[in-house]
Design a binder for this molecule. Sequence first.
Ligand SMILES: [Zn+2]
Length: 70
Amino acid sequence: MATKKIGSAGRFGPRYGRTIRQKVANIEKKQKIWHKCPYCNKKRVKRISIGIWGCRSCNAKFTGKAYTPS
Ligand SMILES: [Zn+2]
């Protein structure tokens, strides 16, 4: 399946065109990895909802950008 190549955006199948799916895949990759916490400096931060990020280590909740914390 050719759609496997573009990671998480593969769920769109052949729709929307290749370039835009590539962009979505890049953004979602950044969104899903562990981010660094500004309070305890551990990579334990995940997005809770759009613009809201939470640290699983020290339980800090803070605002950031929609797809990345900073
Ligand atoms: Zn933390």
